[in-house]
Design a protein around this ligand. Structure first.
Ligand SMILES: [Zn+2]
Ligand SMILES: [Zn+2]
Length: 333
């Protein structure tokens, strides 16, 4: 089923004509619970990975003293899906309770220093995702992250891999994976995608000063929040990037080590429709979804929770070999 963002409840370009030249395409990925395979675009699905290519690992130090068992997290998720599909009010069985117990955090004596296999986060085939900026004939984007966020530099460890799908003649299966992870919130539940291209405008702090001043005045006058209508929430590719930072130097796109201004590639947003659907981003097909009575919630099917933060991956337009720039932004919506 496709997902369709309804017509914008408020046409920002009509209110602020200057915005007409600042619109950008963004592709909302619309992750929803499913069972993707290596041939599918996915969040939390298996990656099409050559058997003879080393699986990426994180070699940073992991200063954590509590971990969760990845197999148990996965089993608990599937047990909860099964239980809710019977009835949300039905108590868990003793077998399910045992599964939930195994998925609770457990203490470990020493920090993890061994290389940690990265977790697949997303796999995007160019055929599915309009506007994907594929370099050098690549048609597949793969994103993996370390299941520990608690690194010394306070930044997640993320790998971005572009490839040509037809060059993978023998796939790696099963892929290596970490036995334990820092939090269950860093394991993406398997989702299929329903990409849809829509229009985005710059966040308020990225607008030229004169337009920004008019938007501020308009917000005071009308009670509207500009960003709610301008910036698409949730998981997406492209668009405008950094949002909701009040620090002036965070309004510019970050630079690659080579000096080039980077471009937004991929965003992990906390929810698909700004809580109570502020800005009107909930797709028409999900109009009747009631996230209080389904598991996983339709608007948060990946189960990824970065604590109200957005995680944004920027790419260097000069070379896909240059490491991505990672930005974490507190989401105020
Ligand atoms: Zn790590
Ligand atoms: Zn660069």
């Amino acid at each position: 089923m496709t997902r369709t963002t309804p017509p914008r409840p408020l046409d920002l370009a009509a209110v602020f004509p200057e915005l007409a030249t600042m619109s950008r395409n963004v592709t909302r990925l619309h992750p929803r619970s499913g069972s993707p395979g290596v041939e599918d675009s996915s969040v939390g699905g298996p990656l099409l990975w050559p058997r003879d290519e080393p699986w990426p690992t994180c070699t940073k130090s992991h200063e954590v003293y509590e971990v969760v068992d990845l197999d148990a997290v996965r089993a608990a998720h599937h047990a909860t899906v099964a239980r809710w599909s019977r009835s949300e009010d039905e108590p868990s069985t003793p077998e399910e309770e045992a599964i939930y117990d195994r998925s609770k955090p457990k203490k470990v004596d020493s920090p993890h220093t061994d290389p940690v296999p990265l977790l697949p986060v997303a796999q995007l085939y160019a055929r599915d995702v309009p506007g994907l900026p594929t370099p050098d004939g690549a048609d597949l984007l793969q994103i993996l992250w370390c299941p520990f966020m608690d690194h010394e530099d306070d930044m997640p460890a993320i790998r971005v891999r572009w490839r040509r799908a037809d060059e993978v003649t023998a796939g790696l299966s099963p892929a290596p994976e970490p036995s334990v992870i820092e939090l269950e919130d860093y394991w993406p539940a398997p989702c299929v995608l329903h990409p849809e291209q829509v229009t985005e405008y710059p966040d308020l702090n990225q607008l030229p000063a004169a337009v920004g001043a008019r938007v501020h005045a308009w917000q005071e006058e009308t009670g509207h929040h500009y960003t709610e209508f301008a910036v698409a929430p949730g998981w997406k590719t492209g668009g405008w990037g950094v949002v909701s930072s009040d620090e002036p130097d965070c309004a510019d796109p970050p630079r690659c080590a080579c000096g080039a201004v980077t471009e937004p590639l991929f965003t992990v947003g906390p929810g698909e429709w700004n809580g109570n659907n502020r800005g009107g981003w909930r797709p028409v097909e999900d109009a009747d979804a009631d996230d209080r009575h389904c598991y996983p919630p339709v608007g948060g099917a990946t189960k990824i929770d970065l604590g109200d933060e957005q995680l944004q991956i920027y790419r260097c337009p000069e070379s896909c070999e240059h490491p991505p720039v990672i930005v974490r932004v507190y989401q105020t919506l």
